[in-house]
Design a protein around this ligand. Structure first.
Ligand code: NAP
Length: 227
């Protein structure tokens, strides 16, 4: 399968690296490929410069957001939540039409410091905003409620834990569920919450996730739904 992973930071690299390892064709999207390639210092999260990551993942291509989307069958949103709607709204319609868009982003607003707030919240979600911005695409919200390393290697955390799936299109959710199984999630750990409006609920787990992160001092944890 041909994937466009939109975003070059922690999540984009985790997803792109895993997809590449599974044998998929991966192009990562970024604002300015030349600028991304020439960054010489670690990013704000301590990730090594792109050149170092790219050298370890020679099979992963880098392109503009539009070029990456145009070449792909499935798109992954791993951009900053405050930028996601603009990034996807600016794509030519032909690059997203009929395609599944896996939305991992959270609409965290850091403008008033830590902890960040959510915008939108309660009556809307980033997942819904993206679906409205791309009515001909099939947005599936998933993986946004855990740290990037667990998204693609869930068995590194002992015990049962949960990944949520939200979206309007049953076939797209089925394809994303199959990808989650490829990543290592068991069928029992994948919870279909419902249509894309249910992304409000999973995005609104972030205030709790962030406080748990503070309490535990690390990101080696996840939510688990017991029924
Ligand atoms: P991030 O810093 O939130 O996002 C980085 C990406 O956003 C970069 O590719 C950057 O583009 C793009 N970007 C930033 N500002 C932009 C702007 N104004 N216009 C266009 N693009 C812009 O990195 P992240 O930590 O990997 O998170 C990605 C998403 O996943 C976020 O929405 C986050 O909330 C969510 N998430 C993160 C984690 C985690 O463990 N980090 C876990 C769950 C969910 P360039 O490539 O051009 O720099």
């Amino acid at each position: 399968m041909k994937y466009a992973v939109m975003g070059t930071a922690t999540v984009g690299r985790a997803i792109a690296g895993r997809l590449d390892g599974l044998g998929h064709e991966v192009t990562m999207g970024t604002r300015d490929p030349g600028a991304t390639r020439s960054r010489a210092t670690p990013d704000a999260y301590g990730n090594p410069p792109w050149s170092a990551w790219s050298a370890a993942h020679p099979g992963v291509a880098l392109a503009t957001f539009a070029e990456a989307a145009g070449a792909a069958e499935v798109l992954v949103n791993a951009t900053s939540g405050t930028a996601s709607v603009a990034v996807f709204s600016e794509l030519p319609a032909s690059t997203v039409e009929g395609k599944t868009v896996i939305d991992i982003a959270n609409p965290l607003d850091f403008s008033r410091g830590m902890p960040p707030t959510l915008d939108p919240v309660d009556t809307d979600s980033l997942g819904e905003q993206l679906q409205r911005a791309m009515p001909a695409a099939r947005v599936v919200k998933t993986l946004n409620t855990m740290s990037a390393h667990l998204m693609v290697a869930p068995t590194t955390l002992a015990g049962d834990h949960t990944v949520f799936v939200s979206g309007d299109d049953a076939a797209a959710k089925g394809a994303v569920t199959a990808l989650l199984v490829e990543f290592g999630w068991s069928a029992a750990s994948i919870v279909d919450v419902g249509d894309i409006t249910t992304a409000r609920g999973t995005e609104m787990l972030l205030p709790l996730w962030l406080r748990l992160w503070g309490a535990f001092g690390n990101a080696d944890f996840n939510f688990h739904i017991q029924r």
